[in-house]
Design a protein around this ligand. Structure first.
Ligand code: GUN
Length: 318
């Protein structure tokens, strides 16, 4: 039986609609949330991500700025850019798009962002708040996964969750959020022995290691919920033919465009899983939705604005 498909586009839209109402209320109180995105250099993927983030702000009526220092910038000059944004009262939210060029000390830059404006949740202060399960800004992609699970009615408490991938941006924070919701959590990574056997113990399997179609049906307990956080572009026709063998529409699309996006989960997992997020249209749309949620949260907290008149459902992760 084919897995139930968890529609991230729809849930992302729902979240944005709830935010629209909250933003209107803030504006009526004379407050317009402001986000600054720092895009260093000309990494094409980063350019697309930042463009989509700015568009999301515009769509919701938030103030936004895109700063584009050159790829040759020094750590000190980038620290000065961040310092200036920290000081500007109309900027509530700062994100420094990663990766940064090699000569820049990424840790020093992330440490320089005011934790109250750190809408990526990358500052050690917010990381500590997450570990201790105290209020703070949570990384957007893991927060989006939690929101997707909550709104899809998927039980977390007491269930076995296996997270594949241990990045600071996704794997680690996601494991902590699941733990705080009382899952029994295992983190797997490149050195894990017999990874498929560990993965098969999962009621909830979350793939976030950035390897195209790595999770094959033999990793999945029949009926498990599988969350695919990966976004990988494939350009090789032979790979596409193999992956999309049973999916003529996807193969056709690959041939038309010359490339395709695939997750960390193999398409055939849909035959085994109970529920599955697609790529594209699964976790991806939630990342930006949660960036908007974090921007509104940061604004409210910085400017002493009360909680919304109509409490939203955005309660899964805070
Ligand atoms: N690069 C890849 N993912 C992210 C993210 O969530 N935030 C930022 N700032 N950069 C990224």
């Amino acid at each position: 039986m084919a897995a139930h498909i968890l529609n991230g586009t729809e849930i992302g839209q729902q979240i944005r609609d709830e935010l629209r109402q909250q933003i209107q209320e803030l504006k009526q109180a004379g407050v317009t949330p402001g986000l600054a995105a720092v895009l260093v250099g000309d990494n094409p993927a980063s350019q697309i991500y930042v463009r989509n983030k700015i568009r999301a702000c515009e769509d919701l009526g938030l103030y936004s700025e895109r700063l584009t220092p050159p790829a040759t910038i020094t750590t000190d000059d980038l620290l000065a850019v961040v310092g200036e944004l920290n000081r500007r009262p109309q900027i509530d939210a700062i994100l420094v798009q990663l990766p940064l060029p090699r000569q820049v000390d990424t840790r020093r830059v992330l440490l320089a962002v005011d934790p109250a404006k750190d809408v990526d949740g990358f500052h050690p202060m917010n990381v500590g708040a997450l570990v201790a399960n105290r209020p703070g800004l949570r990384p957007c992609t893991p927060a989006g996964v939690m929101e997707l699970l909550a709104r899809s009615g998927i039980e977390i408490k007491g269930r076995r969750a296996v997270v594949i991938g241990r990045s600071d941006i996704v794997g680690k924070p996601l494991a902590l959020l699941l733990l705080h919701q009382h899952a029994t959590v295992t983190i797997c990574h490149s050195r894990t022995q017999d990874l498929p056997a560990v993965a098969r113990t999962a009621d909830l399997l979350l793939a976030a290691m950035g390897r195209a179609a790595f999770v094959t049906p033999d990793f999945v307990q029949p009926g498990a919920t599988v969350i695919d956080v990966g976004i990988n572009r494939i350009n090789d026709p032979a790979t596409a033919e193999q992956l999309f063998a049973g999916y003529p529409q996807r193969l056709e699309e690959f041939r038309r465009k010359g490339s395709a996006l695939v997750g960390d989960v193999h398409p055939d997992v849909a035959e085994v899983a109970g529920a599955l997020t697609p790529v594209p249209g699964g976790v991806g749309p939630l990342t930006i939705a949660m960036l908007m949620v974090n921007t509104v949260q940061a604004t409210r907290q910085r400017r002493g604005q009360p909680a919304p008149a109509h409490p939203s459902k955005l309660a899964a992760v805070r």
